[in-house]
Design a protein around this ligand. Structure first.
Ligand SMILES: [Zn+2]
Length: 424
């Protein structure tokens, strides 16, 4: 016979519910199981100098690959590579580009009842090696130890028996390689999918979740790509609404073909690209673990975990619905973002390196902000106005947030062609 409930445990339950943050209080749900300490440990491990900037074929890169495979093994995921979890990636060169070799790390969490559909959650784990000029390690803590760590945390949380029991679909976890060389790892995955890509109901792409726009917008999470799936858009909004992260929704027109969702989008797989977009340490040796906002990163991980679970337990699959842009949501996001950047630059404690802007940059920000604000006030966004907003946002990213855009563009080109001098 069960003991009669005494007053003390009942009181402690009430107290716990009042003190604990909302999602954690819900106990065994996916988002509630997310833990900051595990995410932080993975980011710090992947972004340590010993990982040598995770560029194939260095020892630090191989150790990173093995670290992810070991995490998958500890969770008993089923290996989907050609050598355990490792899927060798080989890309032939041509007249212009050099051949490339790397490795994706791929495992699947099987739904208990068997499934013919699956969700893919992917993050690239590679980065840029050593700075070609100074030899400094490019640690890539935000880009993309942060996304890789969140992917691993979601794998842990969904593997918990209470969560796993509810899954109707399999969940494929993928750490992609060679993203920095032109999205090669994710393209290779789609071209050589270990489970047919037609069975992929949605792809969740995680790339740079550890900082915020110019380090001025903590707690804001940008979601791009759901303009092609009403189902996925609704699921993303629902997952964010139950969290402390504020969602900014943009179409992928705002980033172009810039992360691992691209190959999936080309196959009409519903996709969402989560990011917290650029800051001044982007692709610099100063993108280090100490710069990561672990509080916001953990909140964003809760959104991702809740979304992954909801897509994997939904009764019907997530469908592609063709491009259907929410121009007003975009204008609201850009209005809020530019307002925060202007405020931060004007504030007394604005950090020189991270937040300082010139008079010309302030003018550009004000122009884009004014345009976005007008569109929000009008309540509708025509095609030409939207085009201007997209262009204005590109100008802000390159001309205000990036303090050396030429170096960024040339570096990306050099990597794409594979003619970069070997790191020292
Ligand atoms: Zn990058």
């Amino acid at each position: 016979m069960r003991q009669a409930r005494s007053f003390i445990p009942a009181l402690s339950v009430v107290l716990a519910a009042a003190i604990l943050p909302g999602p954690a209080a819900r106990g065994d749900d996916a988002a509630g199981g997310v833990r900051r300490d595990r995410i932080e440990a993975d980011v710090r491990w992947l972004a340590d100098d010993a990982r040598e900037g995770r560029l194939a074929p260095s020892a630090g890169w191989a150790a990173s690959r093995d670290h992810i495979a070991e995490a998958f093994a500890a969770l008993d995921l089923e290996p989907l590579g050609d050598d355990g979890y490792v899927q060798a990636v080989t890309v032939e060169g041509d007249l212009i580009t050099a051949p490339k070799e790397g490795a994706n790390v791929v495992g699947v969490l099987r739904a208990p009842g068997g499934a013919t559909e699956h969700v893919v959650i992917g993050a690239h784990f590679d980065h840029l090696g050593l700075d070609p000029e100074t030899g400094d390690v490019m640690n890539g803590a935000d880009d993309n130890a942060s996304g890789t760590a969140v992917m691993l945390e979601v794998a842990r949380v969904l593997s918990e028996p209470a969560v796993r029991r509810r899954l109707r679909r399999d969940v494929v976890f993928a750490a992609f390689d060679l993203e920095e060389h032109g999205l090669l790892g994710s393209q290779f995955y789609v071209d050589h999918a270990p489970i047919p890509i037609e069975q992929t109901t949605a792809m969740i792409c995680l790339d740079m979740l550890g900082r915020s726009v110019m380090d001025a917008t903590p707690g804001r999470l940008v979601a791009l790509g759901t303009e092609t799936s009403r189902d996925l858009d609704a699921a993303v909004r629902e997952a964010a609404a139950a969290s402390r992260s504020e969602l900014w929704r943009l179409s992928t027109d705002y980033v172009g073909p810039r992360s691992d969702f691209v190959a999936f989008a080309e196959r009409e797989v519903p996709h969402v690209f989560f990011t917290t977009v650029p800051h001044r340490d982007y692709h610099r040796p100063t993108d280090e673990a100490d710069g990561v906002d672990f509080g916001s990163l953990t909140e964003h991980a809760r959104v991702v975990a809740a979304l992954t679970e909801s897509l994997a337990i939904a009764e019907t699959r997530t469908r592609w619905s063709g491009k259907n842009v929410d121009g007003l949501a975009e204008a609201k996001a850009i209005e809020a973002m530019t307002a925060t950047l202007l405020e931060r630059a004007a504030s007394e404690d604005a950090d020189e390196h991270r937040h300082r802007i010139s008079g010309l940059q302030r003018l550009l920000l004000r122009l884009v902000h004014g345009h976005a604000k007008r569109l929000v006030e009008n309540g509708e966004v025509g095609a030409i106005d939207r085009g201007l907003l997209v262009l204005g946002t590109f100008a802000v990213v390159l001309g205000v947030i990036d303090d050396d855009p030429l170096k960024t563009i040339l570096g990306a080109l050099r990597r794409r062609l594979g003619r970069q001098r070997p790191g020292r």
